[in-house]
Design a binder for this molecule. Structure first.
Ligand code: FES
Length: 167
């Protein structure tokens, strides 16, 4: 069935008339043309489609657009622009945190959320099992970023970039 809905993306409200089965990812890319958000696997395994929903990261391919009418969605386009980059975007550039760039928007959205999760004291699989809870160790960051696959293997530079922003 078709439905009318409103989505708030990057601070702006958009009206859509779409099939109720449309994923948030397809709504963003195909209907609203926020093509910075990428489709890799379309089944929750690669993280290329990661966006922020009310500040928390989500795989946009795994959720329906109609579930997010009251949410505030941020895509890579909303984090920063080439002229005014978000600190995480600038750090990825500085540390070469990419090669082909396809996974990068998802990596950056995820990285921004990771630092917020750590700030909020949300434990990860790693930190739960460590008495000392070194929340910003490379292994901690790798664990928290493990849902974002990079086929070029830019992982160590990605961790360097996140570490710099974490300060
Ligand atoms: Fe959503 Fe791969 S496209 S996780």
């Amino acid at each position: 069935a078709m439905a009318k809905l409103r989505l708030k993306v990057n601070g702006q409200s958009h009206e859509l008339h779409i099939d109720t089965r449309t994923t948030l990812l397809d709504a963003l890319r195909e209907h609203l043309h926020f093509t910075g958000t990428k489709k890799g696997c379309d089944q929750g395994q690669c993280g290329a489609c990661t966006v922020l929903v009310n500040g928390r990261r989500i795989n946009a391919c795994l959720t329906l657009a109609i579930m997010h009418e009251s949410d505030s969605i941020t895509t890579i386009e909303g984090l920063g622009t080439p002229e005014r980059m978000h600190a995480m975007q600038a750090a990825f550039v500085k540390h070469d945190g990419y090669q082909c760039g396809y996974c990068t928007p998802g990596q950056i959205c995820s990285a921004v959320a990771v630092l917020d999760e750590i700030e909020a004291g949300i434990p990860s699989h790693v930190s739960e099992n460590l008495a000392a809870r070194p929340m910003l160790s490379a292994s901690e960051l790798r664990e928290r970023m493990s849902g974002n696959i990079c086929r070029c293997g830019a992982y160590s530079n990605i961790i360097d970039a996140i570490t710099e922003v974490a300060g």
